[in-house]
Design a protein around this ligand. Sequence first.
Ligand SMILES: [Zn+2]
Length: 420
Amino acid sequence: MTTSQQQGERRNRREPGERRGRRAWDRCARLAGLTAVPGQIDRFYLTPEHRAANDLTARWMKESGLHTWLDEAGNVHGSTGQRDSRRPRLLIGSHLDTVPDAGRFDGIAGVMAGIEVAGGEWAANFPFDVEVIGFGDEEGTRFGTALLGSRAVAGTWDDRWWGLEDENGISLDRAFAEFGLDPERVGDASYAAKNVVGYLEVHIEQGPSLDRARIPLGVVSSIASARRFEIEIIGEPRHSGGTPFDERHDALLGAAEAVLAVERFSIEHSVIGTVGRMEVEPGAVNVIPGRAVFSVDLRAHHDHQRDDIIEQFRELVTEVADRRGLRATMKQLHEAPAVYCADRLKEAVRAGIADVQDETPPELFSPAGHDAMAIDAITEVGMIFMRNPDGISHHPAEYVSPDDLGAGIAALAHAVQSLA
Ligand SMILES: [Zn+2]
């Protein structure tokens, strides 16, 4: 076959993807309207917006011919088989929740792509059920702990989470009850490893490498090892005018030293470290800060890199606190080991991409966490990244074009077919 014939064939195979890409893209736009704050996108776990997103997603799943249900953790499922099917299942998933003031596509595009693949004519006669899951919590915005939805499905729910509270003091178990879920039954959402043949996820790239290379799709090699902490520094709030420097115990200055150290240690150890949130009390212009609380988010290729800098950071915080007469505590909020995509699924994904794109797909490391990390506890995982111009995400400007989303859908469909 000549090159132009091959390209022509690729174009033909891409076509249903293009149609489906446009529909999935339009659905992302529809879901953007389900938000707690009009004019931006704020959709958090177990809220009325989450319920509305589940309902709409389930409706689209049904229209695509899928069986649908809501599980005991608030995740919405759509499958070519019934919930109690005894056939093995191939899972495709991503999340429907967002960060505050989010974009339209992070997570959402993967769920909509999954519906197109599971509901497509290509999904008939597979030796397994193809099941799409819209996870209710990946970002961890409401309760501070990420991946609650996918961890329920993976059977790695931790009962210590029930006491976590949102910013209004509503505990996770109460939020479950208010959503109509029974906390006692969360274990029923989990799947046994033996019934699952694999997990695939399509996601926008949350960085610029595909865009810079002018390539629509890439293969994910691994997902970052991550840990998140909350650090609280207690000093002494006193009059800013009357307290000499040598008598001050300024919590914010202690925190400032620690924040700069996060950047320094991260660069030294090739870790990605960020302080994204800080609160200072009492927060008055004429009072020395008596309390500072801040977050630390660390991501790395491998677990040991991340753990090394945590030890270094802990020592630094202790030294700063001693020197400044402060009290410091460090609380871990989240920990996830590095997850490596399975060779067999990377192969399937690569074959799927080769079917719709001329360029050889690059292998990309994902510094951002994904539901695939949690599902890795029960089955092998594979991921496709879609080009995101400028690489921006967790921001209203995040984007994937309908064409690239269509390419992602077609590649995922071919990947699933090659596994079948
Ligand atoms: Zn995401």
